[in-house]
Design a protein around this ligand. Structure first.
Ligand SMILES: NC(=O)c1ccc[n+]([C@@H]2O[C@H](COP(=O)([O-])OP(=O)(O)OC[C@H]3O[C@@H](n4cnc5c(N)ncnc54)[C@H](O)[C@@H]3O)[C@@H](O)[C@H]2O)c1
Length: 370
């Protein structure tokens, strides 16, 4: 465990920024938005969550019965692509901070099947928020937008730098996120809106319920959902993939710091990794750590996890699915402007993640190892 909080975090200045403030979180029923909502509520903010998927029975941190988080926020069910509705919500909310996480964000394959919906949510969703703020002549403190390392496209040479690396993302998801990223800056430069853009690497941690698609949640499901563990799957076409990985709590810290720091508004930042790893290495690390944790709790299951290892699968791919092979972010700028450093090292983050999913699947009664 690394402990490198910034001066403003240690002094409580970051936390105080959000106390009693009106905050909009779009996509709050998703992975990152859920964690952000939880922390904002803990900091005493008045949170409005806007999402297209708000039912009490959907898998979401907000619906976790142990936290009662759902009862502590205002929930608005709606589509961020609906400009009129977004304008009404923004007009009513008197928001000091707006955090935009809503996106069609699960898999590239889904974006390719639904390019229009992807662009509506991932590009126009942000434009609708910015347009509402601009046309209503509101003056929030900061408008945060969750962007992605995918806007840079395929890695060519050194790790991507905000001011130097061209934006070459061309897949449907990548292009839609890239356009939003550019519009965030447009609305700052042209209309003076206090936008902050964070190009985030691959995030992981508890309560990412995209267990059907995303690598780490899918591995967790394989290991802990069924009575017998199943080997995490490595798709043959991702054997050469390299990605940056960061634990979710550090991502939330970075976002709170950026929105808190006046000099960061109008700027774009990379959120770099605690660990740069190949996909095979990542899965092998998960299996190894899962074995270490499980052998104290259920030795037979631990042995099965180890014996299974990982499985390599071939899947049908289409030429329209443009997958980036290598992605790596340079995190110097956010460090320079906010002192931000990750506080959770990779192995510790994976341990926390494994324990949380183990408990989650046990509570759902879908696993019988204990
Ligand atoms: N998770 C990561 O590793 C990662 C990395 C880089 C960038 N991002 C970005 O961070 C943001 C959050 O990602 P996540 O992992 O929480 O995704 P997620 O899929 O878990 O959550 C997205 C949420 O947005 C909601 N949503 C989708 N379309 C909507 C619409 N039209 N109107 C209202 N709500 C809508 C979904 O219902 C969901 O609750 C996304 O913008 C994503 O592009 C995520």
């Amino acid at each position: 465990m690394l402990v490198k909080q910034t001066k403003d975090e240690k002094s409580g200045r970051v936390a105080a920024t959000y106390e009693g403030k009106n905050v909009l979180v779009t996509g709050g029923f998703g992975f990152v938005g859920g964690h952000m909502t939880k922390v904002l509520v803990e900091l005493g903010a008045h949170v409005t969550v806007f999402d297209i998927r708000t039912a009490p029975d959907v898998d979401a941190l907000l619906n976790d019965p142990s936290s009662h988080l759902r009862d502590k926020v205002r929930i608005v069910h709606g589509d961020l692509g609906d400009a009129k509705m977004v304008r009404e919500v923004v007009a009513e909310g008197k928001f000091n901070f707006l955090f935009n996480f809503a996106a069609y964000a699960t898999v590239i394959e889904k974006a390719v099947e639904n390019p229009f919906d992807t662009i509506q949510a991932n590009t126009m969703g942000l434009v609708n928020v910015l347009e509402a703020v601009r046309s209503l002549k509101l003056r929030p403190t900061a408008i945060f937008h969750a962007s992605t390392d995918k806007v840079y496209g395929e890695m060519d040479g050194d790790p991507y730098e905000e001011e130097k690396t061209p934006l070459r993302g061309i897949g449907v998801y990548d292009g839609a996120k890239l356009a939003a990223d550019v519009f965030a800056r447009t609305y700052h430069e042209v209309f003076g809106l206090p936008t902050v853009v964070l190009r985030m690497c691959n995030l992981f941690g508890p309560s990412d319920f995209n267990t059907g698609y995303r690598l780490i949640p899918r591995a967790m499901r394989n290991l802990f959902e069924a009575p017998q563990p199943i080997a995490p799957e490595l798709y043959f076409d991702s054997i050469e993939h390299w990605r940056d990985y960061l634990y979710i709590d550090d991502c939330i810290r970075a976002i709170l710091l950026l929105a808190h720091t006046p000099e960061c508004r109008g700027q774009v930042f990379n959120l770099a990794a605690a660990k740069f790893a190949s996909t095979p290495e990542l899965l092998k690390t998960i299996v190894h750590i899962a074995y270490e944790i499980e052998k104290e709790l259920d030795p037979a299951r631990a042995e099965a996890i180890l014996a299974n290892g990982i499985s390599v699968k071939v899947r049908a791919t289409s030429p329209s699915i443009l997958t980036i092979t290598k992605q790596r972010l340079n995190g110097d700028k956010i460090r320079r402007m906010t002192d931000f450093e990750p506080t959770v090292d990779f192995a510790d983050g994976i341990k926390r993640t494994i324990r949380a999913y183990r408990d989650y699947f046990a509570a759902r009664g879908k696993s019988q190892p204990r």
